[in-house]
Design a protein around this ligand. Structure first.
Ligand SMILES: Cc1cc2nc3c(=O)[nH]c(=O)nc-3n(C[C@H](O)[C@H](O)[C@H](O)COP(=O)(O)OP(=O)(O)OC[C@H]3O[C@@H](n4cnc5c(N)ncnc54)[C@H](O)[C@@H]3O)c2cc1C
Ligand SMILES: *[C@@H]1O[C@H](CO)[C@@H](O)[C@H](O)[C@H]1NC(C)=O
Ligand SMILES: *[C@@H]1O[C@H](CO)[C@@H](O)[C@H](O)[C@H]1NC(C)=O
Ligand SMILES: *[C@@H]1O[C@H](CO)[C@@H](O)[C@H](O)[C@H]1NC(C)=O
Ligand SMILES: *[C@@H]1O[C@H](CO)[C@@H](O)[C@H](O)[C@H]1NC(C)=O
Length: 449
């Protein structure tokens, strides 16, 4: 049964109760998921309509292109914190890496493309024609490349990046390995979430059964924001597994679709000691933060020398156009998050706080290497890396400009291909979650109490 027919079936089976139930199952998940969000000047309804109508369809299309669907990742990093015993035994956890033949030729050499994008368009084209970067570069460009490496933006980073040149790193086709229900749960999964919340959230430990949200009120805005980002990510992952749940399986096929009870277990107010709706609000908060980063990064992609390089010039140009279009829409959002409200105040304290923020987030990105389920590890790494890139964009000290000042010795802001791919795919996940909430809202408003 497809997702669509599942919805239709659910609708037709339950329509009898529509008037009497008055949507109270939906009410229990969504009643507080409305109106203004805390710590920002935005409301849920504006995000819903903006995302579902303007962002979601365009973004999905973009993410299905070759540039964005192939993600290079090292899934074999050992867990740095403890010895992980069991590999998730379920077959749904497996990730199928690409064979070399499946990855477009152009992509394999394109990490250089990104390196070069700030140097000189002509040089880039010359390099492109020769099919390799090495022999064809002028001394000047080579020097610039070395400079660039020396001035690597490590200090800007919030996330550990995999070494994409390591033989352990492999391309994964994200469209063939979708984020969905895997059956990864129990003590192993909790250990990851616990270590994130309890050891990596500035020692804000969360007492089970006590309202996290209320409890967070005394915190400074930055730490509260940090917690909300993580909680939003957690909510997004759990929405995805509820929306693409393994409903049935036989010899011929597997049926994936919405499992409304699973969603309720995680987000219904009464079933979560009041926490569910807060988790959904945190998802919207995360959405706003990521959206703001996209608006801010626009000039970077407007550079003429920037290419979404896969080796097919016509398609690459088209994709760049759609990317810019999407970013202009993101920029047009009327109620953007104001990141200057964070790390403001006393300069010295703010710097210290930002440093802590960075170290903590980096540590969380390393915890992802401890996730036993490979599919979950893939998307966990991608999403933390994407969020790390978002934070880098929002809080970098470097200028993000369309025309980098070549006489400026201070190198300008840079993103690697890996950061770009994770940035947009991570936002794609959050955008899909917001879209899915609409589906759950209708499914819930039709169920019998
Ligand atoms: C990095 C990572 C990626 C994963 N990816 C997948 C996947 O792709 N597919 C899949 O099927 N499973 C995935 N999982 C597993 C999934 O997230 C759950 O851990 C699992 O389904 C068990 O759920 P649970 O109900 O026991 O609570 P969990 O989701 O494990 O949550 C543990 C506790 O955290 C609290 N909590 C729950 N949600 C939030 C929130 N949003 N904010 C704050 N606190 C919260 C609650 O107190 C809860 O009891 C992943 C897990 C991790 C750590
Ligand atoms: C790149 O450099 C390597 C090693 O120096 C050389 O073998 C190769 O032919 C060069 N490629 C091009 C296109 O010049
Ligand atoms: C990093 O995470 C691990 C695992 O949760 C934890 O033991 C350690 O204290 C963390 N380190 C820092 C610097 O936060
Ligand atoms: C949906 O989720 C619930 C709660 O986890 C589970 O009991 C039920 O079996 C699931 N439904 C299907 C069709 O798999
Ligand atoms: C470029 O940078 C140099 C050196 O920092 C500076 O003197 C110059 O004014 C800058 N030019 C522009 C257009 O910003």
């Amino acid at each position: 049964m497809t997702m669509k027919s599942f919805i239709l079936l659910a609708l037709s089976l339950t329509s009898v109760h529509m008037t009497t139930a008055a949507g109270s199952a939906a009410h229990r998940c969504f009643c507080q998921v409305t109106g203004t969000l805390d710590d920002c000047a935005c409301d849920v309804e504006t995000i819903d309509s903006f995302n579902n109508k303007e962002i979601f369809p365009k973004l999905q299309k973009l993410l299905s292109s070759d540039y964005f669907r192939f993600y290079k990742v090292n899934l074999n990093n050992p867990c740095p914190f403890w010895t992980d015993h069991s590999q998730c035994g379920l077959k749904y956890c497996a990730v199928k890496p690409c064979t070399p033949g499946e990855v477009p030729e152009g992509l394999k050499s394109s990490s250089y493309k990104v390196l070069l994008s700030h140097i000189d368009l002509e040089e880039c084209e010359k390099a492109e024609k020769l099919g390799a970067v090495n022999g064809s570069l002028s001394d000047e460009t080579r020097q610039a490349l070395q400079e660039w490496k020396k001035h690597d933006d490590e200090s800007d980073r919030f996330c550990m990046l995999d070494d994409v040149d390591s033989p352990e790193s492999q391309y994964v086709d994200l469209l063939l390995n979708p984020e969905r229900f895997t059956g990864y749960k129990g003590p192993e999964a909790w250990r990851i979430w616990n270590s994130i919340y309890e050891e990596n959230c500035f020692n804000l430990f969360l007492i089970k059964g006590q309202g996290f949200y209320r409890w967070l009120e005394g915190l400074c805005v930055e730490k509260r924001a940090f917690f909300r980002l993580i909680s939003g990510l957690h909510a997004s992952i759990n929405i995805h597994l509820s929306a693409r749940y393994l409903l049935d399986e036989n010899w011929f096929e597997m049926k994936w679709g919405h499992n409304v009870s699973e969603f309720q277990l995680r987000f219904d107010k009464e079933l979560t000691e009041g926490e569910g709706p807060n988790r959904l609000r945190n998802l919207y908060f995360l959405y706003l933060i990521e959206l703001r980063a996209l608006a801010k990064i626009l000039p970077y992609f407007e550079r003429p020398a920037f290419h979404l390089y896969t080796g097919q010039p016509t398609e690459d140009n088209e994709k760049k156009k759609s990317l810019l279009e999407l970013l202009h829409i993101a920029k047009s959002f009327p109620l953007h998050f104001d990141e200057t409200a964070l790390f403001a105040g006393n300069k010295k304290e703010a710097m210290k706080l930002k440093e802590d923020f960075k170290l903590t987030f980096k540590n969380i990105s390393r915890v992802m290497d401890c996730v036993e389920c490979f599919k979950c590890r893939l998307w966990g790494k991608l999403q933390t890396q994407g969020l790390g890139t978002v934070l880098k964009i929002l809080f970098s000290e470097r200028q993000i400009e369309a025309m980098p000042n070549t006489s400026n010795t201070n190198p300008s802001f840079q993103l690697s291909r890996q950061e770009i791919v994770s940035l947009f795919n991570a936002f794609g996940r959050i955008s899909t979650s917001v879209r899915e909430l609409d589906n759950f809202r209708s499914l819930l408003s039709n169920i019998k109490q």
